[in-house]
Design a protein around this ligand. Structure first.
Ligand code: GMT
Length: 377
C-alpha cells in the first residue's frame, strides 16, 4: 500500500447539501494531514476556508456557449480536471456524488490517458436512491460506478440499496461521514436572545427542506407536543420555506417557529439548541443529525435509512410518520432536563468515538493507498 502524501482532486457540489459539506471537511482534513488537495466546483464550497496550506480551488465555468441550446457543466468540469491532473500530476480523483462528478472523472481520465489519476467515487444517497431509478441517468451512473477504481457509500443502508438498484459485481466499501466542530462566533445566550428565546426549549432542525425532509411531519410533530407553549422550533433552512407557510398557519405554529437561512453559522445554532428534530422519510446518513450529536444534544428522529447507524442506541428512534410518538419523545426531553442531558451526553460520546475525523479520515487515506498502489503496479 502507498502511504502518500497524495495529490488529490476533489469534485463536489459547493452548496449546503451534505455531500459538499462532507467533501469540503474531508479536503481540509487531508490538507492538514499533509496531502495536496485540489477542489473542482462551479463555486467555492460554502465551508471551504481559504487560504489553507495544501488546499487549492479550481472554479469551473458553466458553459453558456451560444452554439449550445443548453448550458453545460460536465464537459468543462472534465476538461478542468484533466488539465489539473496533468499539470499537478494528481494521484487520484475523489468525486462526491456520481452525477456529474464521477462521469466527469471518467472522461478526464480518458483525456489524460495511461498516467490518469485513479478514481474514488463516494455515493451520498440521492445519486443512487433517486437518480439511480431515473432511466435518464441510471446507465450513466452505472457506467461511472463500474469504471471507478473504488466506490464508497456513507452507510451500510446506502450500500445495500445501491447493490439492490444496480446489482453491481464490485465491492462497495462503507466509510461513514464525520464532523469536526468549529468554534462558534457567538455565545449560546447571544443566539438565543437574537431568537427572542429565554427559558423555552429550543428544538433545532437543519436541512435543505427538500420534499424528502418531510417538513410537514416536522411541523405536525411540534403541533402534537403537549409542551408546544414551552418550546420553539428553530429551522435552519437551506431551501425555500414558502411551500410550508399554509401549514404553519393551519397548525397555529407561527409564534413557535424561528426561521433563518444563514447556513454558515451552524456551530452557533447547534450550541444554542436543546435538541434536534429530524423527520425525513429517507436519509442515507443524516449529517445534520451527526452535527447535532457532536454538540451533545439529544435527537428525535424516525428510524429510516442510515439514521439508526448514526444514532446507535444513544437516543430512541420512532417508526416513520408516527408524529404522536415523536412528539411524546420530545415531551419527555422537555419535561426531564435530566433525561435530555443524559441522552445528549450519550449522543456526543457516540459521535466522538465513532464519527470523528480521526476515526474516519485514515480510512479514506488507506483506501487511497490501495488504489494508488494498484495504479503503479
Ligand atoms: O439530502 C440532502 O439534504 C443533501 C444530500 C447531499 O447529497 O448533499 O444529502 C445526502 O448526503 C448526505 C451526506 O452524505 C447524507 O448525510 C444525507 O443523508 C443524504 N440525503 C439523502 O440521502 C436524502
Amino acid at each position: 500500500m502507498e502511504r502518500g502524501p497524495f495529490r488529490i482532486g476533489i469534485a463536489c457540489f459547493p452548496l449546503i447539501g451534505g455531500s459538499g459539506i462532507l467533501a469540503t471537511a474531508l479536503g481540509s482534513e487531508l490538507a492538514r494531514r499533509g496531502h495536496d488537495v485540489y477542489f473542482f466546483s462551479y463555486a467555492q464550497p460554502v465551508r471551504l476556508d481559504l487560504p489553507q496550506e495544501g488546499l487549492h480551488f479550481h472554479r469551473v465555468e458553466v458553459a453558456h456557449n451560444p452554439l449550445f441550446p443548453c448550458p453545460d457543466y460536465t464537459l468543462p468540469l472534465a476538461v478542468k480536471m484533466a488539465e489539473v491532473a496533468r499539470s499537478q500530476q494528481l494521484d487520484l480523483f475523489h468525486v462526491h456524488y456520481a452525477v456529474p462528478h464521477a462521469l466527469a472523472a471518467c472522461l478526464a481520465s480518458q483525456i489524460v490517458g495511461p498516467s490518469a489519476p485513479r478514481i474514488v467515487t463516494t455515493l451520498h444517497g440521492t445519486d443512487t436512491t433517486l437518480l439511480g431509478q431515473d432511466p435518464d441517468y441510471r446507465t450513466a451512473i452505472e457506467h461511472a460506478l463500474v469504471h471507478s477504481d473504488a466506490v464508497t457509500a456513507v452507510s451500510e443502508s446506502l450500500r445495500t440499496q445501491t447493490q439492490e438498484i444496480f446489482r453491481l459485481k464490485r465491492p462497495i466499501e462503507v466509510i461513514p461521514n464525520f464532523f469536526t466542530p468549529n468554534k462558534p462566533k457567538r455565545s449560546r445566550e447571544e443566539v438565543r436572545s437574537d431568537f427572542g428565546v429565554t427559558n423555552e426549549f429550543l428544538v433545532l432542525h437543519m436541512s435543505s427542506l427538500r420534499p424528502v425532509k418531510r417538513v410537514d411531519l416536522l411541523l405536525r410533530t411540534i403541533a402534537a407536543s403537549k409542551n408546544r407553549r414551552r418550546l420553539r422550533l428553530f429551522i435552519l433552512a437551506g431551501g425555500p420555506f414558502d411551500p410550508y407557510e399554509p401549514l404553519l398557519d393551519e397548525l397555529l405554529l407561527r409564534d413557535v417557529v424561528v426561521l433563518r437561512q444563514n447556513t454558515a453559522a451552524v456551530d452557533e445554532y447547534l450550541q444554542a439548541a436543546d435538541a434536534g428534530l429530524y423527520t425525513s422519510e429517507y436519509e442515507s446518513f443524516g449529517l445534520s443529525i451527526l452535527e447535532t450529536m457532536f454538540y451533545g444534544k439529544p435527537v428525535v428522529a424516525f428510524g429510516v435509512g442510515g439514521i439508526p447507524e448514526v444514532i446507535g442506541d444513544s437516543c430512541p428512534l420512532y417508526a416513520f410518520g408516527d408524529v404522536v410518538a415523536a412528539a411524546a419523545g420530545l415531551d419527555a426531553l422537555i419535561e426531564s432536563p435530566n433525561l435530555a442531558r443524559q441522552l445528549g451526553k450519550r449522543s456526543r460520546s457516540r459521535a466522538v468515538e465513532t464519527f470523528s475525523a480521526d476515526r474516519i479520515v485514515p480510512r479514506y487515506e488507506a483506501l487511497y493507498g490501495h488504489v494508488v498502489a494498484a495504479r503503479y503496479a
